[in-house]
Structure formats: structure tokens, C-alpha cells
Write a protein that binds this ligand. Structure first.
Ligand code: ADP
Length: 753
């Protein structure tokens, strides 16, 4: 016996034991081959092969046509079928058919199926009904194992039903026969029914559709309908066989639903998480796409290298504790760092769940991780940033601190905890308040100040406060305090920044003291200057009178006693008069000097050229005598205090004429140059010049750089000129070289206040 034959034999035996018949259609011969059981059920025990047309006749009408049509569709369209049909004998059979592809030959089919007996016809009924109607289908109808009923096509009124129909639809026979098809069906189905009611074939086709019916209680039934047209007492009727598939469809739907739900969960898990399933020996049995994508490892590469490849050596202890937990049958949760195949790492918020079998033995572990690499990187960056910030605030030379609403220290930078609070670490100071560090009264003041900021929520900037340090030294702080707010804007504390400004404060205090001293000295100086000027004025003014007397009486003496005076006597009187006249000059100059600034001079328009001309006219004799060459430039008209300006020009021009070597022709240039806000005037000579070593004394009062017998003078002219020019807001100076000459220059503002 070949293996194939053996196999066939085995299966035919199984079918035999189950009392299930088998059949096969031979389309070429138009015949039906049947197994022994099948022949027995069909009651054709003598023959194992019957022509198809004869097989059709074995079924009661209208099932004969249903059978024939199904076989036709099977052969032509390879359309499977499953029907419950009635045989002529009145027995009900379930028949299934399908096209099977022949082994190794794709396009060749065998058309075969099964047949089993589902209900045996009761002989006595047959006899009873046979007498009444003579129609076999009536008997089939009554005892059919499935609901059947008949309606009149025209009215759709029910005219008959079997027991199964009454059971299915929940009516009594009387009630059912009062029904119309509309009472158990749905309106949308009737249009189809009405059109098709006359056609057996179409009605037959309707079995492919699922119809909705309802029973007496109003419950929905989903049914397949096998129908056929019959004539009863001259009326066109439809007889239908109902197959209730509600339960099957519901079960199918539920199954589909739960499968879908499951696949939804799985999809969601796969899309969101890294999933790895390990068997009890820690062998990877499943690795989802996401795990593979993130780690870069696939199942095979982990199998080859062991699980160790997935984590770093430094995390060994953590992994070990995870295993300990899950192997004891408990769930482990935590953040794990995984290694990537191409280097680097990923972080997963992980749950490892052990699964147990019936004997409570762990047979599988499921590792589910949520990728938190980005978050971790963010955390790390944040931590780095924090430590950087911390390093910055610890190294800033200011005290930085954060307090909560109750005034307890939350953060203190190094400068604050070390220098101000005298602590060794920030930790020591946390949770403490100013009362822990400062004397009661100072602490109370600080605390009240802090509370105000917290209560009012208003920053306080640039406040100078002081306290006494541990050595009792006064320390000054410049402080800014701002309220610290939470995300909702509620004040939960304050941030303070204080800078030690003790040094600056001491410097400021010293400076203030110095300023005060300076001011009082200046006041004293001014007072003494005023007194001096007063004295100079009084002295020069009061001296004039006795001096006048001396000069007058000397004149009288010389005049009246000229005859009795010898040469020596006359010489003495000459010197006495000369001395008195020089003294008079000095006194006059001193008087003029002391007047400068004391007497308010009116500002008037003055043509400077005219001033120069007048002065030169005054010195006409001397110029002539010395044959001096005086060159004069062009001059502006200015609004100035007239007499003082005349005095300055007079002093400078007369000095230029005076301080000349005898026998040398004096060359003098008087000029003016306009600048942006002022005029600059100069008097240049080719005189004896001023030695470099004494130049800084030139403008001092009573300075005389030359012997009085060489050049006469009082040493007041330049000092007075300086005083005048500075009084009107100008400057005065000179350049000079011994033997070459000097240039004196001064400026006059265009506008004098
Ligand atoms: P005096 O009445 O002595 O001229 P001044 O105050 O005018 O007093 O001058 C002070 C001194 O400056 C003079 O004594 C003189 O020695 C020196 N001096 C002033 N002008 C000139 C000048 N043009 N050339 C050289 N020396 C000068």
C-alpha cells in the first residue's frame, strides 16, 4: 500500500467512524461517486456511483434544485457550499462541498465534500400527513430540524409554519398564522423580496445574504434563508428554511473585536515602547522594531553575544538587582541605561515583568522600556548648567542667598556662608535664620526687612545696611533683595545679593571729612584774603597821605635850604625824594592790585585798537628815544570791563619796552587771533628774556627778576594782569628765551559773564 493510499484509508476510516459520508463529483462523466456511508445515507447502498441527474432526484422538491444548483456553482466557479437539505425519504442531511486543488497540479481541481444525517424522518407522521395532503414536502416541512414557514406572495401573510419556527420566533401557532412577513422582517428587506419572490433561483441566491428578523420579544435574529416557490391551493407562495446564525456572528464579532483590541494594545506598545521578551533561561525570544531601531541590536546579535552586550559594565550592580527582583517573581521598575551597537547609550524607563505558569514557575520575562534618552540628556544638561551656575555664584565676590517665606536659608553661596555666616559648608547653614547668626536686635531688624519684601512682593534695590561682625567691626553691605515667586506668581521667599562696601564706605567717609576740612580751610583762606586785600587797600590808601607829606616836605627842604646844603646834603635829599617817589609808585600799584575784583567793573564795548593806540601815544617819548619799532595788528571790538583790560595791555606793552638791552633797537609786535570762543592777544618783544629757572615766579606778587638799578618796577604788574584775566574767565602765559625775547599772551572770552 502506498503512503498516499494509506493516508486515504486512514481518513476514510475516520469518516466512517463518525458516520460521515464522502462524495466526489466527476464533471467529465457528470456523475457522483459516494462513499459507503454516503451511499447508505442516500439509501443507494447498491451503487457507489450515480449520474448527477439521478443524484438530484434523491432530494425532495425544492431541495433537489438547490442541490443541483450548488453542484453546478461548485464545478463552474469553485464556490463552496453548505446546505441542510431534505431527501425524498424525508430524512434531513447536511451537505458540504468544496473544490480541492490536486496535489502538484495547480489548475486541476477535485470537487468533493461530506454528507451527514442530521434528522431522520418519522414514518408515522408521514402516514398521517400523507392521508391529508399527499405532498411529501408537507411532512418534511413539519419535522424539519430547522425553522420553516410559508407565506403568500401577494399579501405576505403567513399561511404555515413548523414547530422549529414557533420555537425560534416565540409565537403560538395561532399567533404565527396571524402574522405577516412584515412583522418578523424589516422594511428595507421587502423591496428585494417582492421583486424576487417569484424566482426560485433568486430566492435561492438570497441564502448568501444575511437577513434580519425579530422574534415576539423583539430580539434581533440574524438568519440565512433558503427559499423556494410553491403553489398551495392555487396560490403562489414562498416556503423558506431559516438558519439562525446570530450566535455564530456575534461570537465571530466578539472574537474579531477582542483580537483587534489585542492587536491595538500590541500596536500601541510596539509604537511607544522598547519591548523584549526573554524565556526563563534569559534567551531573547522577541525584540520589537523600536528596540532594534534604538539599540541597533537584533535578536541574533544579542543571542550571539549574551545580554551583557546591552548594558555597560558600570551598571552591572543595578542589572543584578533587577534580575534578583524578577527572578523572585516580582516586578522591577527603574531607569536603565542601554548600550547602542554603534557606541553611545540610550535611557529607558523600564518595567520588567515575570510571567508564571500554573505551577507558579517563572517561564518568561517581558521587558518594556520607555525611551527617556532625550529627557535624560536634558536632565544631564540641566545638571551641568546647575553646577556651572553654582560655580559662578560661589566664586562671585558678593553674597548671594535665597530664603523661604519663613526666612530660612535655602541657598547660600560660598561668600555668604563662609564670610558672613562663618560656616564651613553651605549645608550647615541651610534651614537656619538670621537669629541663629546675629544678635537679637540686629537679627530682628533684618528679619522685619525680609518679611516686608515677602509680604509686599516688591523688590528693594541698592539699600545700604550695616552690621557688626564677630570681631565687633562695622561692616557695610549694599543689598538688593527681590521676592522669589513660584510658577503661579505666589511669593515663596526672596533672593538677596549683598556686596561688602565697607572699604568704599570708609573712603567715602574720609573723603567727606577731607572735603569738609578743605571747605573750612578755603573759607578761612578767603577770609584772610579778604582781610589782606582790606589791609592792602587801607595801607596803600592811608600811606599815600604821609608819603605825600614826606615828598612835599623834602621838596620844601630842598627849596628853602638849597643855599646852605652842600653837595652831599643835596644828594641825600635826591635819594630820599627818589625813594619816596618809588614808594608812591608801589603804593599806587598795590592799590590798583587790591582794587581788582573788589570793585565791580561794568562790561562795555571797547575797540581794542583804540586802547593800543592810546598806550603807544602815552609811551611816545620812550619809543622815540629808544627808536623802538612797534608793529600793531588788527583788533576786534569786544564787550569787556574797560579799565582792567586797558591795564593789562598797558602792563605788557610797557614791560616789552622796558626789559630791553640798552643800545639794542626794540622790536615789538602787538597782535590778536580769533579762536572759537575767545580772542587771544599777544605782545612780543626782542628783549632780554626771562631765565628758565625763574619763569614760574613771574606772575607772583612783588616778583622782580632784575636789579632795581637796572630796571625800575614794583613787581605787581604781571600779578595784577593775571588776576584781571582770570577774573573774566581767561588765561595768561608766556614764552621766553634769554637774549631773544618774550611773548606774553592772554585770552578774553567772547562773552563775559
Ligand atoms: P615790574 O613792575 O617789575 O615790571 P612786573 O610784574 O611787570 O613788575 O614784572 C615782574 C618781573 O618780570 C619784572 O621785574 C621783570 O624782571 C620780569 N619781566 C616782566 N616782563 C618782562 C619782559 N617783557 N621781558 C623780560 N622780563 C620781564
Amino acid at each position: 500500500m502506498t503512503a498516499q493510499a494509506d493516508e486515504n484509508y486512514r481518513w476514510s476510516k475516520v469518516l466512517n467512524d463518525c458516520q460521515i459520508g464522502a462524495w466526489e463529483v466527476d464533471p467529465s462523466q457528470q456523475s457522483l461517486h459516494v462513499s459507503a456511508i454516503c451511499a447508505e445515507i442516500l439509501e443507494i447502498s447498491s451503487a457507489r456511483s450515480v449520474p448527477l441527474y439521478a443524484a438530484k432526484r434523491l432530494f425532495a422538491s425544492p431541495f433537489d434544485r438547490i442541490f443541483a444548483r450548488n453542484v453546478e456553482l461548485l464545478v463552474d466557479s469553485k464556490q463552496e457550499f453548505e446546505e441542510t437539505l431534505s431527501l425524498l425519504s424525508g430524512n434531513w442531511v447536511q451537505i458540504r462541498g468544496r473544490a480541492v486543488c490536486q496535489q502538484g497540479q495547480q489548475k486541476l481541481y477535485r470537487f468533493c465534500g461530506s454528507l451527514e444525517l442530521v434528522s431522520r424522518f418519522a414514518q408515522e407522521s408521514c402516514i398521517q400527513f400523507s392521508a391529508d395532503s399527499g405532498d411529501l414536502y408537507r411532512y418534511l416541512f413539519r419535522d424539519a430540524p430547522m425553522p420553516m414557514f410559508i407565506w403568500e406572495n401577494e399579501t405576505l401573510n403567513m399561511i404555515d409554519c413548523n414547530r422549529q419556527a414557533l420555537l425560534k420566533y416565540g409565537y403560538s401557532r395561532e399567533e404565527f398564522l396571524q402574522l405577516n412577513l412584515r412583522d418578523i422582517g424589516y422594511p428595507e428587506d421587502f423591496s428585494v423580496l417582492k421583486v424576487d419572490a417569484g424566482s426560485v433561483d433568486t430566492l435561492g441566491d438570497q441564502e448568501r445574504k444575511v437577513w434580519r428578523h425579530r422574534n415576539k420579544a423583539g430580539d434581533h435574529l440574524l438568519v440565512k434563508v433558503t427559499g423556494h416557490r410553491v403553489d398551495l391551493a392555487g396560490k403562489k407562495c414562498s416556503m423558506v428554511l431559516i438558519q439562525d446564525i446570530t450566535g455564530r456572528l456575534e461570537a465571530e464579532e466578539q472574537l474579531l473585536e477582542s483580537l483587534k483590541e489585542l492587536s491595538d494594545y500590541r500596536f500601541a506598545l510596539d509604537a511607544a515602547c522598547l519591548v523584549m521578551i526573554l524565556d526563563k533561561d534569559k534567551q531573547v525570544v522577541y525584540l520589537n522594531q523600536k528596540f532594534q531601531k534604538i539599540s541597533g541590536f537584533d535578536k541574533e546579535s544579542i543571542e550571539q553575544a549574551s545580554l551583557k552586550i546591552l548594558y555597560q559594565e558600570s551598571d552591572r550592580e543595578l542589572i543584578a538587582s533587577c534580575w534578583d527582583t524578577v527572578m523572585a517573581g516580582n516586578i522591577w521598575r527603574g531607569e536603565l541605561r542601554g548600550r547602542k551597537r554603534r557606541g553611545g547609550s540610550f535611557w529607558a524607563d523600564t518595567v520588567v515583568i515575570p510571567f508564571r505558569d500554573n505551577q507558579a514557575r517563572v517561564y518568561q520575562y517581558i521587558w518594556v522600556g520607555y525611551d527617556i534618552t532625550q529627557k535624560k540628556r536634558g536632565d544631564e544638561a540641566l545638571a551641568k548648567e546647575r553646577s556651572l551656575l553654582r560655580a559662578i555664584i560661589d566664586n562671585l565676590p558678593i553674597q548671594i542667598y535665597v530664603k523661604d517665606a519663613a526666612g530660612r536659608h535655602i541657598i547660600n553661596n560660598k561668600y555668604q556662608y563662609e564670610d558672613l555666616l562663618g560656616a564651613k559648608s553651605e549645608w550647615e547653614t541651610l534651614g537656619k535664620t538670621v537669629f541663629d547668626y546675629f544678635p537679637e536686635e540686629i537679627a530682628a531688624g533684618m528679619d522685619a526687612y525680609d518679611r516686608k519684601i515677602v509680604e509686599e512682593g516688591v523688590p528693594v534695590m541698592n539699600v545700604e545696611e550695616f552690621y557688626y561682625d564677630r570681631e565687633g567691626k562695622q561692616v557695610w553691605l549694599l543689598t538688593n533683595k527681590v521676592p522669589l515667586k513660584d510658577a503661579k506668581g505666589k511669593v515663596v521667599g526672596l533672593v538677596g545679593m549683598s556686596r561688602d562696601v565697607t572699604d568704599r564706605k570708609i573712603r567715602e567717609e574720609n573723603l567727606n571729612r577731607l572735603n569738609e576740612e578743605l571747605e573750612s580751610k578755603a573759607r578761612a583762606l578767603e577770609r584772610s584774603n579778604q582781610e589782606l586785600e582790606q589791609f592792602a587797600y587801607i595801607a596803600s590808601h592811608d600811606l599815600q597821605e604821609p608819603l605825600g607829606m614826606i615828598t612835599g616836605f623834602l621838596g620844601l627842604l630842598e627849596k628853602r635850604y638849597e643855599s646852605v646844603l652842600d653837595e652831599k646834603g643835596k644828594e641825600f635829599i635826591f635819594y630820599a625824594v627818589d625813594g619816596a617817589s618809588r614808594m608812591k609808585n608801589i603804593i599806587m600799584d598795590l592799590l590798583a592790585y587790591s582794587r581788582v575784583g573788589r570793585i565791580e567793573e561794568k562790561v562795555k564795548e571797547l575797540a581794542i585798537a583804540e586802547v593800543i593806540t592810546n598806550i603807544l601815544r602815552l609811551h611816545k617819548e620812550l619809543i622815540k628815544q629808544k627808536r623802538a619799532e612797534v608793529t600793531v595788528g588788527t583788533f576786534p571790538v569786544l564787550r569787556v570791563p574797560v579799565a582792567p583790560i586797558q591795564q593789562v595791555f598797558q602792563n605788557l606793552i610797557s614791560n616789552a619796552l622796558k626789559y630791553q638791552d640798552s643800545g639794542k633797537v626794540p622790536k615789538i609786535l602787538v597782535g590778536a587771533e580769533e579762536r572759537e570762543n575767545f580772542w587771544e592777544f599777544y605782545v612780543r618783544d626782542n628783549g632780554i628774556g626771562i631765565p628758565r629757572g625763574v619763569q614760574d615766579r613771574v606772575f607772583q606778587l612783588f616778583t622782580r627778576l632784575h636789579a632795581k638799578d637796572q630796571f625800575s618796577g614794583s613787581g605787581i604788574g604781571l600779578a595784577m594782569s593775571k588776576k584781571i584775566i582770570e577774573n573774566i574767565g581767561g588765561t595768561i602765559g608766556f614764552h621766553s628765551e634769554v637774549g631773544k625775547g618774550s611773548t606774553f599772551y592772554f585770552t578774553v572770552p567772547k562773552t563775559i559773564q
